[in-house]
Structures are given as C-alpha cells and as structure tokens.
Ligand binder design. Structure first.
Ligand code: MN
Length: 158
C-alpha cells in the first residue's frame, strides 16, 4: 500500500478514489460467489481494517469461522446473513456483529446486489471451513438449511 492523501472522494457505484477493487479471496481457496473487496482503511497504526464487500445478486461470502471478529454495517441492497444459528434479513444501515468462532455467511437477495462495510482485526487468524459434521449440525435447523441452499426467499414468509 502506498501513501494516500487523507481524503478519498466517493465515486459512483460504491467505489472510492484510489481504492482498488480486488478479488474477495484467492480463487479456489473456499466456496464463494460474485463478491468483490475494497480495502478502505489499512493503516498499520490502527489495530483494525475497514473493508467494503459487494456481492452481485445471488452472490455470497464464504461460510467460515475464526477467532477474529467482524463489525458489519450493510450499505446497499438486501439479503440475508447467518450468524451462529440465526438467519436474518438485512437492509441498509443494519449492523451485524460476528463474534469469535461463530459460523457466518452473507448472501445477497436473488434480484439485488448487496454491499457492506466490514471492520476486522488487522492481525487475524486463518478462517476455518465447516467439515461435514459441522454442516450436518447446522442443517438440522430448516431455516439455516434453506439459507445454506440459497432458497430462503422461496419459503413462505411469516
Ligand atoms: Mn469472516
């Protein structure tokens, strides 16, 4: 990272001056779909980073857990997220706290891109992926199973 001016103007389409749009993670490292990453603040003097992630309609982040934590604010669009055993619909300005060692995943609605700010520890451990047993335990809850299958929106509301 080079040295930035203190000011970076917002650009159309949830982009920022001098902020590069990057791949979410290394391709093939884990399951994810149609998601990009922009690192907004990455000063070594801070103990955290602030990133902006955006998923295309139907896109999703990796289902993972780790010791580091996330503070998330939805910025655009609609979708759902899973935190532990809880599935929630989310909309702009909603806040989502991801505690340590808690399974989590974000999923954009089928017809709508979704973007969120994510604050994270600068120093962090490598995400863990669920094994078959962990997945089976999660799927015991039908709401979680529907989320994991991306079919929550096809379920009757209520
Ligand atoms: Mn994570």
């Amino acid at each position: 990272m080079g040295v930035f001016s203190s000011f970076r103007a917002a650009l159309p389409g949830f982009r920022w001056q001098n902020v590069e749009e990057r791949p979410y993670k290394e391709e093939g490292s884990a399951s994810f779909k149609d998601i990009s990453r922009q690192v907004l603040f990455d000063d070594p003097a801070l103990a955290c980073q602030l990133r902006y992630f955006e998923m295309k309609p139907g896109g999703y982040s990796t289902l993972e857990r780790h010791r580091h934590v996330h503070g998330v604010m939805i910025l655009r669009g609609r979708g759902e997220c899973l935190v532990g055993g809880e599935v929630r619909q989310v909309k702009p300005n909603d806040l989502v706290h991801i505690p340590a060692m808690t399974w989590h995943q974000f999923r954009a609605a089928p017809g709508e891109a979704m973007g969120f700010l994510c604050m994270v520890n600068a120093e962090r451990d490598r995400p863990q992926l669920p094994d078959a047993e962990a997945l089976k335990a999660m799927r015991a809850d039908p709401r979680v199973a529907a989320f994991l299958d991306g079919t929550s929106d096809e379920r009757p509301k209520g």
